[in-house]
Design a protein around this ligand. Structure first.
Ligand code: GLC
Length: 429
């Protein structure tokens, strides 16, 4: 391990630790974020197993009674962030203020990893109480984001996909009416270069969608029927499908019978749903606007997640690898978050091109699992190299490798620790 970077990665996790939970980065993101915390646990697990479990336990303290697990847990207010707890208006739902949307459910997959690789005398006791909470969250996802039981997982807000600013959302966002949006002040652009952040057009619609949820009290039926944004996402569909498989494996390992039949059912439905997102126009899996019935015809990092979901139909593998190779030819580093040959590609604006260590981790994990070790190794090495060159940045330009967005990011540090640890274990084997 490059020892300076190894030391720095640990320091970042410690510096961003707020006592049992970790913020993604100072300034830009001062609270606990959902999928960030799951990835952070992977990093802690390389040197402090107890702290890794604590991260997950504290995230689950934000869970509502109906199983919903929010994308942000606001343990204290912080005027440097917008939209804060008052904009979300979730007070009546939970004792800790939270946001009203969720985020990609990577948690069960990471918990399974911690369970299988951790100290056996410790892990069983830690994972047991988490099982029913994760099951309740998955159930919430299926009920609230796939009410028609198609297996395609939809969302009411781009932020819920975790890939906030993808060009995929541009068309569907045009249907969000902002005529009654009151003046507000963005805070993100005071922390990070504006060219790396969403445009005002998008931001206004993000805020309007938050207010839509708040004004209906995050009511399930209203959200499903009337949310101005209702789009099925390949990323969420793949990540939940994988998480259902991992939760099922955990159920078997723990001898849990609760939820097993449901998990099996959700898995087969998820496979059908993913198949529905296949798009012959671009030979890839793409998002689908469920309000208008329009497919996006755009390829993004999510296009390569079917491997992670455990779905790699033989007839489609060549097409997926064709995209991957095309992207690698264009960009020195992989994997860009959006198709570099598309006119809307932007190498530094977030989610419209830059590389994210966490998405690379998911892609590599999927490729490894399906036996494509060479490609997985290349994605892992790209990730390590980017961090070695540019540090623990929020994301990286795929053309130059330059670091973009915020600095000293917890999940980038965590992924680096995990990748380096695994690499050392592989070399020793
Ligand atoms: C941005 C990312 C999101 C992440 C959050 C905190 O909003 O788009 O995926 O969870 O930052 O790092």
């Amino acid at each position: 391990m490059n020892s300076d970077l190894g030391v720095r990665a640990l320091e970042i996790l410690r510096e961003n630790d707020r006592g049992g939970y970790t913020i993604p980065t100072k300034g830009l993101y001062p609270f606990q974020w959902n999928w960030d915390s799951a990835f952070v646990a992977l990093g802690f697990a390389t040197f402090d197993e107890d702290r890794a479990w604590r991260e997950i336990e504290s995230l689950l303290e934000g869970q509502w009674e109906n199983g919903f697990l929010p994308h942000i847990v606001f343990r204290r207010d912080d005027p440097t962030y917008f939209p804060g707890p008052n904009e979300w208006g979730t007070k009546k739902h939970h004792w800790i203020p939270t946001s009203g949307i969720s985020q990609p459910p990577v948690l069960a997959t990471i918990v399974r990893e911690l369970y299988e690789t951790g100290t056996q005398s410790l892990v069983r006791a830690r994972v047991k109480p988490l099982f029913s909470k994760m099951l309740a969250w998955h159930r919430w996802f299926h009920l609230n984001r796939d009410p028609d039981r198609t297996g395609m997982i939809a969302t009411v807000h781009p932020w819920e996909t975790g890939r906030d600013n993808l060009p995929d959302w541009d068309e569907p966002l045009k249907n969000v009416d902002i005529s009654d949006l009151k003046a507000y002040q963005r805070k993100d652009v005071s922390h990070v270069n504006q060219d790396m952040r969403p445009q005002q057009f998008d931001y206004d619609r993000y805020v309007r969608l938050v207010h839509f949820g708040r004004d209906c009290g995050w009511d399930r039926a209203t959200m499903i029927k009337d949310s101005p944004f209702w789009v099925a996402d390949v990323g969420l569909t793949c990540i939940l499908l994988r998480a259902d498989r991992d939760l099922l494996a955990l159920a078997q390992a723990l001898g849990e019978t609760e939820g097993v039949a449901d998990l099996e059912h959700w898995i087969s439905r998820g496979e059908e749903g993913l198949d529905r997102l296949w798009n012959d126009a671009v030979f890839g899996y793409t998002s689908l606007d469920l309000r208008t019935g329009k497919r996006t015809n755009m390829l993004n990092g999510g296009t390569l997640l079917p491997f992670y979901a455990g779905v790699a139909p033989f007839s489609r593998i060549d097409a997926l690898f064709g995209h991957m190779d095309r992207w690698w030819k264009r960009c020195e580093f992989g994997v860009p978050s959006f198709d570099p040959e598309h006119k809307d590609f932007d190498s530094i604006r977030y989610w419209r091109g830059p590389i994210w260590a966490v998405v690379n981790w998911l892609i590599a994990r999927g490729l490894e699992g399906q036996g494509f070790e060479d490609r997985a190794a290349r994605v892992r090495e790209n990730t390590i190299q980017l961090i070695e060159n540019a540090g623990f940045r929020e994301n990286f330009c795929p053309a130059t490798g330059v670091g973009c967005g915020g600095h000293d990011f917890s999940w980038t540090a965590a992924i680096w620790l995990n990748l380096k640890n695994k690499k050392a274990a592989r070399a020793a084997a």
